[in-house]
Design a protein. Sequence first.
Length: 375
Amino acid sequence: MNKTSIRNLLILMVLSISLAQPVMAREATKNADAPVSLTIQQAGHMPNGSLFNPTLQLEVKAPAPLPADEAVLMLRVYRQSEQAPLTKQDIYLTGAAEGINHALHAPSATWADQVTLSPLAGGTRHYYTFSLVTNRKEYFSNTVVGDIPALPKAKAEAKGEIRTLPVVFHLFDHPSLPQIRFDDETVREWIAAANAVLGNAAATAGLTDTRVRLEAARQAPDGTKLAKAGIHHSNDNPIICLDGRENALNLDHPDLYWNPDAYLNVVILPFTLTANNIYGQYPQFPEGYQLSGCHTVKQPTLPHVIYINSLVEPIHGISFFLTGLGSYLGLTEEQSSGVYGLDPSKNTHLGCTPQQAERIEYTLKHAWNTAKSMK
């Protein structure tokens, strides 16, 4: 082997080692000489029913107060798993950022706090980095590893068949629309979190196994195998159509969603749908069947589909997916009667009570346009 070959081999080895590192670890080295020091002192996780909320202890120090004309805009947390793509979550915006501004412009120039992130399923390893975003630049912290313990695979706690619902996420690739990174690992992460909740994987007291599971759809309605399980790409541009009723809308699109009796359709919209980041209707029921909080109609007037705004950072995706899934399954937000949805921000423990499990079973048996596949 000549000198040139050896040199090229060494270059390839260095590149391979660099690319094997998490993206955030490489990004964090960019500001080694920064006037501020950012540190994640501790990374942990807090059980939340059958999921876990990552917690990070953050600290920002500066040898001197920041210049008067450099203003803190926000903090940003980056998360990357060993399989899933890099995601980020902006925190401490607007008014909250003013507190950081005050601290870093004071003589002590120190700020610290603990932040709690969106829930994740167990049995996964994640890498975390946070950054301080100012009107001048973005400063990065160290990168830490957080291992979330695995829970036993959820098993049906009661006799009866497990109902498995094939899920398909519809993405729009039209060149005029903003594009996001949503891949099969994202699908896997979202479905794993939903199944942990639906199956009460943590065996939390007072919660139960719904005997419902989700799986990524493997083929289209015509039998064509999907290139990536659970993902359908469309080259069209969806048109939003308000139908004149408050908080009710239809999306007029020939290929927007598939047969709702066979698939649980999740439409990842490339624009803001409503004031919220998610839109999911409660199920509608035929005459002769009713469920408190839901409408009974002769014929369905709305597609039974979950819509999620893709412009929101994917790090929030599991929370929004669970919230929309709760609505899809008939879990209305009637807290006074003991029924509540799956919104992580409004539940002390993520999971389903026996009453919620009964509503889910009733919905999947009787509601219009609801996936009814069984295994």
